[in-house]
Design a protein around this ligand. Structure first.
Ligand code: CA
Length: 238
């Protein structure tokens, strides 16, 4: 069985492309290079997946059924949870003004089909290098909890909080999506990794540990249990 820690640490690339053989080829090669992949065949599915999974990067085809890649790109840039996802546009169009339109709509880079897979992977790495340092410098804040992502340090008020790796990733996921309710299955997928089989109850165990580390009393609990739905990081629940 794959090691869940390594797995969750791999960047997730969301491939948005309606040509199945191209998706297969991209998935295969990106996974060989150590990325995790997910795929969407049209723009609407892509928008939902981008919002739910917050991928490290998206490969976005221009010519998609129903909604163009350009429109997907614009909508991603308007979404609070998706606006900073790096995007590489893929297209058969090589004209300079299309390239400009793509970049104006918020894409980070542009690659014309047909492309060499070696070049595509180099571009993916370059865009990730360019966009990841700003993430690493980030400090996330929610209520009196702060997470210094570069120093890997968690504080609550003035108190240092020591978390195990799983609790750290759980808290990070909550801090990146404050107020949102996640089911146990969603947490397993994002925090443990999709291809790792773990009992949903395991989530409860780690939530308990996270609460124990974060909270001095029950009154200051910021993790809301939503009966039969899951968990959320939230303002004080009544
Ligand atoms: Ca296409």
């Amino acid at each position: 069985m794959a090691n869940s820690n390594n797995n969750a640490a791999k960047p997730l690339i969301l491939i948005v492309e309606d040509e199945v053989p191209l998706v297969t080829m991209l998935k295969y090669n990106l996974e060989q290079e150590g990325f995790r992949t997910a795929a969407a065949g049209d723009g609407e599915v892509a928008l939902v997946m981008a919002d739910e999974e917050t991928p490290s990067l998206m490969l976005l085809d221009w010519m998609l059924p129903r909604m163009s890649g350009l429109e997907v790109c614009r909508q991603l840039r308007r979404g609070p949870r998706t606006r900073s996802i790096p995007i590489i546009m893929l297209t058969a169009r090589g004209e300079e003004d299309d390239r400009v339109r793509g970049l104006n709509s918020g894409a980070d880079d542009y690659i014309a089909k047909p492309f060499s897979i070696v070049e595509l992977i180099a571009r993916v790495r370059a865009v990730l290098r360019r966009t990841t340092p700003s993430h690493a410098d980030e400090t996330l804040q929610f209520g009196d909890i702060s997470m210094d992502l570069a120093a890997h340090r968690v504080r609550r008020s003035e108190r240092d909080i020591h978390l195990g790796p799983t609790e750290y990733r759980l808290l990070l996921h909550f801090m990146q999506h404050p107020g949102r309710v996640f089911s146990r299955e969603q947490l397993l997928d994002t925090v443990w990794g999709r291809d790792v089989y773990v009992e949903p109850r395991t989530v409860d165990v780690h939530i308990r540990r996270l609460r124990k580390a974060l909270n001095e009393t029950e009154d200051d609990d910021l993790i809301r249990t939503v009966r039969s739905a899951g968990y959320a990081l939230d303002a004080k629940s009544a």
